[in-house]
Design a binder for this molecule. Structure first.
Ligand code: F6P
Length: 472
């Protein structure tokens, strides 16, 4: 029976070493939820890094055995590989380049070599598991070379690839010394998916200009095969958020928060620590709001949750310091005995606390400088059962292509952002409802399950068409 193998850098389960031995924690990420409907079925499998460095073969075997029971196969990475492949090429070369932060990008040959080696390691791990009839679905920028490596080993295999971050203008891609290898790596897939048509157009243009390959109507002709390219905007598990927001636990948390905040109104911002998310710019815009509209002083608080991430990469450590400093300065400048302008948390929160915050917040600020999709925007919408709340959304998040009923802003325009916060705080309830209900219908319908189905159906159809053409 043919199986589906999902391949991503991280597994949906994190393994942690504690005083009591190894613990296995389910990851809360959107990808894990969506693909849970696939990899847990039958003999399907998810292949990826379990998030820790193993100490010996015994530990390695123990992890393999535990994960096998939950349809996962680990790829173990060493500390050097994490430094050069993950922190290095993936997050210091590709991540800044693909998010239009070229000034942060480094171009280290050793990082590139580690990237090639780890993609080869993943290839071996997949080949050890994959049968000739299996479908392989590779995810994200850490594994751009993997589709082609698999294709060389298995010319007939069915391979899909999805990029979860933006694909930038080819002007950015051409800066990379390894641009040709990276594009060729992706073209090993039968179907390549992006969140938006904009990213897809950039990719087609890069392939045409940098590889000289003809591309038409989402179809690229390579010397031996044709490759399909399409947009699949990723969704969330809508019901999970809608239900969690009204669960007893979330309601208790919300009641506690309301009591502590008294009548203060809440603007909410939730992000992983990342310079692409526009966190510092958002703080400056909040400062501007308080200067321009002093009547909000004492009335509105910004609750800012920053989830720790990639803290070994220098730009992330520097950003953390900048945020700490800005929050300290603004709070010292504005706070009163009874009012905190900014409530800043540097940690992650469990689902019930998160949805309690979404439900409580009158305004959500999702203002990245660049973001492939941004699922926080969709989670906020799903958590708003009472249809009261306003989403302020950056025009440079993939989600803005779908969520046109949000207040769409340019995240570098401080003035526009401050005005949008003011407009959101004074928006009549009827208008809030109209906007939210339109977005809820969309987010509910185009959820993570329909996203998975659409991609898998399109991949099967693409393969079938290739066979038909080959036998004609
Ligand atoms: O947005 C791309 C992405 O890889 C997500 O899939 C993931 O949740 C996030 O970045 C953080 O990734 P990591 O912690 O593995 O660097």
């Amino acid at each position: 029976m043919p199986r589906t193998l999902i391949v991503s850098n991280r597994l949906p389960t994190k393994v942690l070493r504690t005083d009591d031995g190894l613990t296995f924690q389910p990851s809360e990420g959107g990808l894990a939820t969506g693909l849970g409907s696939i990899y847990r079925q039958g003999d399907n499998l998810w292949i990826g890094w379990p998030g820790l460095f193993v100490q010996d073969e015994g530990e390695e075997q123990h992890i393999k055995d535990e994960l096998r029971d939950d349809n996962m196969a680990p790829v173990f990475l060493t500390e050097d590989e994490i430094r050069d492949f993950y922190e290095g090429f993936s997050n210091s070369t590709l991540w800044p380049t693909f998010h239009y932060f070229s000034e942060f990008a480094t171009y280290e040959q050793t990082h590139w070599e580690a990237y090639v080696a780890v993609n080869q390691k993943f290839c071996q791990a997949v080949l050890a598991q994959a049968g000739p009839e299996d479908t392989i679905w590779v995810h994200d920028y850490q594994l751009l070379l993997l589709p082609e490596l698999l294709r060389q080993a298995r010319p007939e295999a069915t391979i899909g690839f999805f990029l979860h971050i933006p694909f930038p203008s080819q002007e950015l891609i051409r800066v990379l010394p390894w641009r040709t290898e990276l594009l060729r790596g992706m073209l090993g897939a039968d179907l390549i998916g992006f969140h938006t048509f904009g990213y897809m157009r950039h990719f087609l243009s890069a392939v045409t200009h940098l590889l000289g390959l003809p591309a038409q109507n989402g179809q690229i002709e390579t010397p031996n095969r044709s490759v399909r390219v399409d947009a699949f905007p990723m969704g969330i598990d809508y019901e999970r958020y809608a239900q969690a927001a009204v669960s007893k636990e979330a309601q208790q948390h919300e009641a506690e928060y309301r009591e502590a905040l008294r009548d203060t109104r809440v603007i909410l911002s939730i992000d992983r620590l990342d310079y692409t998310k526009g966190i510092a710019q958002r703080l400056r815009a909040f400062d501007l709001l308080l200067q321009r509209y002093p009547e909000w002083q004492g009335q509105v608080s910004l609750i800012m949750l920053v989830v720790p991430s990639r803290d070994q990469v220098p730009q992330y450590a520097a950003l953390k310091e900048e945020i700490d400093e800005l929050v300290g300065r603004l709070n010292a400048q504005y706070r009163t005995i009874s009012w905190n302008p900014i409530l800043y948390f540097y940690r992650s929160l469990p689902l019930e606390e998160l949805t309690a915050l979404y439900h409580l917040a009158e305004v959500a600020l999702v203002t990245p400088m660049r973001d492939g999709m941004n699922l926080v925007a969709k989670e906020y919408i799903a958590s708003k059962g009472d249809q009261r709340g306003v989403l302020i959304l950056s025009e440079r998040a993939g989600a803005a292509r779908e969520l046109s009923d949000a207040l769409i802003i340019n995240p570098t325009d401080m003035s526009q952002l401050a005005e949008a916060m003011h407009d959101a705080l004074v928006m009549p309830e009827e208008e809030q409802q109209t906007r939210l209900s339109a977005m809820q219908a969309l987010v509910k319908r185009y959820n993570v399950f329909s996203w998975t189905r659409l991609f898998m159906n399109q991949l099967a159809y693409t393969k079938m068409k290739q066979h038909t053409l080959a036998t004609e």
